[in-house]
Design a protein around this ligand. Structure first.
Ligand SMILES: CC(=O)N[C@H]1[C@@H](OP(=O)(O)OP(=O)(O)OC[C@H]2O[C@@H](n3ccc(=O)[nH]c3=O)[C@H](O)[C@@H]2O)O[C@H](CO)[C@@H](O)[C@@H]1O
Length: 362
């Protein structure tokens, strides 16, 4: 049999990119001769992260539509037409056997072009609230792999398969030991370590919270790995010290998770899926500005199982220290949270998604 060709399209934020890379890695493991092409949006994170993972990527000139009348909006129809033409050329040239869309604007034109040529397409929706691009594509694709129950609200029921979200292979069973990981970050192996994650782009509010509480953490003899986001590194890099390690972006998440004793994180779908596998005591601070408040729903699903703590941004001022201490000071609580969050992990997601893709090849 000749080798397969796959196009994987998605991006904008890490939340759409990493699932795409995990799926490609598993397809490659199954079909070592297969060819892969990624299609993302020009100027977005995928243009850097996908080549780092060893795959080719082409960028479309596309952005989302804004609610206000802005220059970006005036350009939107032009960008859309240009992207549709480029997507169509890419599909004609590469002739994929199957196409996978993981959400984000670039996957819109690409999957539209592919489905128009009767190439089988699969969508992967990470969140409990479907993204706009995936909703627009729902009738054009063969299968939609989801991570939450109740997705019939958005998609045709007969196309839905509940698989969970892909997690990169090195995060499914982390091999790193804690002392080595602490050494990697230049931290003290005798101290407890707090890992702070602001989501792939970083979080302004979490950064302010951490900066305001550096003395508090110091008083607890805690050291920090603090991922602040590319846009915030200039503001915070001056705070780097022996016990506070600030990073714009963590390229080696396995080491970061291995180093941590406790974690504070946004509750993007990818972060949540990974943290279930990691199984450490976690405090979620959901972003309140995402569609339908879906990060709060992602976190609530875990809180309901006594598997994590959630503090809303609006409560941080009043409750942060107290809530933090209830976890930090109780070994029994930390153990319970770890055990319960681990029980929610779906480690076979990537395999199950690839099984669905393979069914369409035959
Ligand atoms: C602000 C925003 O729109 N957030 C959305 C975005 O989140 P965001 O892009 O933050 O994505 P997720 O939380 O889903 O995943 C983040 C991914 O980036 C990785 N990572 C993160 C930080 C770092 O330093 N290094 C690193 O590798 C994580 O390991 C994870 O794989 O997509 C998610 C999935 O559609 C949504 O649920 C979020 O609401």
């Amino acid at each position: 049999m000749g080798s397969y060709r796959f196009i994987i399209s998605g991006g904008g934020t890490g939340g759409h990119i990493y699932p795409a890379i995990s799926i490609a890695d598993e397809l490659k493991r199954r079909h070592p001769d297969a060819e892969f092409l990624f299609v993302g949006a020009k100027d977005r994170m995928e243009m850097e992260k996908v080549p780092q993972a060893g795959y080719k990527i082409e960028g479309l000139w596309i952005t989302g539509i804004q609610r206000k009348l802005t220059l970006k909006n005036v350009l939107f129809p032009i960008k859309l037409i240009s992207s549709l033409i480029k997507a169509s050329n890419i599909v004609s040239r590469f002739k994929p056997h199957a196409v996978v869309g993981t959400g984000g604007f670039a996957s819109g034109p690409l999957l539209k072009a592919a489905s128009g040529r009767n190439i089988p397409c699969v969508l992967q929706e990470q969140n409990s609230f479907a993204g706009i691009t995936n909703k627009l594509l729902k009738n054009k694709v063969a299968k939609i792999c989801v991570a939450y129950d109740g997705m019939e609200r958005f998609f045709p029921a007969d196309k839905i398969v509940k698989t969970g979200n892909p997690v990169r292979a090195d995060l499914i069973s982390i091999q790193e030991n804690q002392s080595d990981a602490l050494g990697f970050f230049g931290l003290n192996t005798q101290k407890k370590t707090l890992l702070v994650l602001g989501g792939s782009l970083g979080s302004k509010r979490i950064n302010v919270l951490i900066a305001d509480n550096l003395e508090f953490f110091k008083s607890l003899n805690l050291q920090l790995i603090w991922q602040c986001g590319k846009g915030y590194i200039k503001t915070y890099e001056g705070q780097n010290s022996d016990s506070v390690k600030i990073h714009a972006f963590l390229n080696d998440m396995a080491k970061a998770y291995a180093a941590a004793d406790m974690i504070i994180s946004r509750s993007g779908a990818g972060a949540v899926s990974e943290l279930c596998l990691v199984g450490k005591p976690t405090i979620f601070i959901p972003s309140p500005v995402v569609a339908e408040d879906h990060q709060t729903k992602n976190a609530q699903a875990l809180v309901a199982e006594d598997a994590a703590i959630m503090i809303k941004e609006s409560d941080l001022e009043e409750k942060f220290k107290e809530e933090f201490l209830t976890v930090f000071e109780s070994e029994e609580k930390r153990e319970r949270l770890s055990k319960n969050i681990k029980a929610l992990a779906l480690p076979n997601a990537t395999k199950d998604i690839c099984d669905e893709i393979e069914k369409l090849l035959n």
